[in-house]
Design a protein around this ligand. Structure first.
Ligand code: C6P
Length: 434
């Protein structure tokens, strides 16, 4: 997995040995990362009589106390609709909610607040782009490129667009390690390509894609690129200006915030030219039966009362992450992933799915002759939460010729002791069902 230099901004490739030998001060930082676990109250509970081992962070991450408190405070002290009232509470709620927009702008290093559109999550962000940008730029005979490791959220909206317009969906194949074949990508990029949509970090395989390079290749041909960043933001600093992506989609709940809120980042030039995705309150300047004048960015894309409490919680989650040393987080998670990979893959009959060189802390695996759901059920009886199934990435399962995997996904609050519990759990699965 990609790491960061000590100031947490510049990525390096640190191995465990580098950390131990070259940078002993990092050890202290790693301990500090581990120490954050007590900020997450849910992790203290017992499940099925065992200490909970929560390894389903790619599905949704747990929430630190400050996120929970911020939402409680909002509902106890500030709850009111935003952008609508002149009364005290409405003003206060509006200010708090709009302050989150600025936090997200800085979190992603976007050029302007106008480029930050609040949505329900990554899925809605991608649907917004496919419906609004897509319908205005993609026609019969055109092509949209995605990769073979996309989540359904970054397949189906483009598939619908292609069906409705007569365009073609092109898929970049992946190799046996779960890495994008770059020469195939370059071959697919032609004058027919009107859009490229790529996942930054695969939820099913853990692969970190070289999106900056891929964006550059698309831009050389004048093709815009959307990045699905749902699984990237919990693990690395994302800088949309540096990536130069046209759109970037994220969900709050993957990055220690509440569910039901997320962000579409879009370059202002695109958002300005795009028609609204949904109509309703707040996205207008004026309405008559004859004509509606749409609101300015980003409100043009924010019809209806948003998830205000969720937005406030998202802001608290961003504050929380901003206070972390992401370099140390990356190094810590890399260490967890290496430890888990080594110990799980050495169990007879276990095969890891997703062995890319650049990986985030996601470990998908199968066990000979045992269905993933049965693995999940036995692990659950041990208090261990993993996700089992196709992970909303069925084409990835098809690529590897399997129906499902068990997936352990780690956050910085996980520990090696929890991985030991997972390893014992897998032994138990084999003992009972093997
Ligand atoms: N993946 C998982 O268990 P939403 O549901 O809109 O917040 O995020 C959708 C999404 C899009 N892209 C990627 C890469 C994702 O991982 C997800 C969500 C979860 O892997 C739930 S299916």
């Amino acid at each position: 997995m990609q790491g960061y230099s000590k100031d947490g901004t510049d990525r390096t490739n640190m191995t465990k040995a580098d950390i131990d030998v070259v940078a002993p001060d990092i050890i202290e930082k790693l301990d500090r990362v581990k120490g954050c676990r007590h900020h997450f109250p849910l992790l203290r509970q017992r499940v099925n009589g065992k200490a909970l081992v929560y390894l389903d962070n790619a599905a949704t991450s747990q929430k630190p106390q400050i996120v929970i408190d911020s939402m409680m405070r909002y509902y106890q002290e500030e709850n009111s609709n935003i952008h609508r009232g002149v009364h005290y509470l409405s003003e206060r709620a509006t200010q708090a909610y709009e302050a989150v927009r600025s936090k997200v702008q800085h979190f992603l290093n976007a050029a302007s607040r106008r480029e930050i559109v609040f949505v329900r999550g990554t899925t809605e962000a991608i649907n917004l782009v496919a419906n609004s940008y897509g319908r205005n730029h993609v026609e019969k005979g055109d092509e949209v490129i995605i990769s073979g490791m996309e989540h359904h959220s970054n397949i189906v909206p483009w598939q619908i667009l292609c069906q409705e317009t007569g365009a073609k969906l092109r898929v970049i194949p992946i190799n046996d390690d779960g890495e994008i074949l770059m020469d195939e990508y370059e071959r697919l990029l032609t004058e027919r390509t009107k859009m490229v949509a790529l996942v930054h970090v695969s939820n099913a395989l853990g692969t970190i894609n070289s999106v900056k390079q891929m964006i550059g290749l698309a831009h050389e041909r004048g093709v815009p690129v959307l990045i699905d960043g749902a699984q990237a933001v919990p693990h690395m600093r994302v800088d949309v200006s540096d990536l130069d992506c046209d759109f970037y989609a994220i969900s709050s709940h993957k990055v220690f915030g509440p569910t039901g809120v997320g962000v579409l980042y879009g370059k202002e030039k695109h958002l300005e030219a795009m028609p609204p995705y949904q109509g309703g309150g707040d996205m207008i300047k004026s309405v008559t039966f004859e004509k509606t004048i749409y609101n300015d960015l980003p409100y043009k894309f924010e019809a209806g009362t948003p998830n205000i409490g969720g937005g406030i919680g998202f802001g608290a989650a961003i504050d929380y992450v901003n206070n972390m040393d992401m370099g140390a987080v990356a190094a810590y998670e890399r260490d967890l992933l290496e430890y888990a990979t080594e110990n799980i893959s050495s169990i007879k009959g276990v095969q890891i799915i997703g062995t890319a060189k650049e990986k985030a802390s996601v470990l998908s695996f199968v066990i000979d002759g045992i269905h993933a759901h049965d693995i999940g059920t036995i692990l659950d009886s041990e208090g261990i939460a993993v996700r089992t199934g196709h992970h909303c990435a069925q084409p990835v399962m098809q690529r590897f010729g399997i129906p499902a995997t068990a997936r352990a996904s780690f956050a910085f609050y996980n520990t090696k002791e929890e991985i030991d519990a997972l390893v014992s759990g897998v032994h138990k699965v084999i003992e009972v069902l093997g």
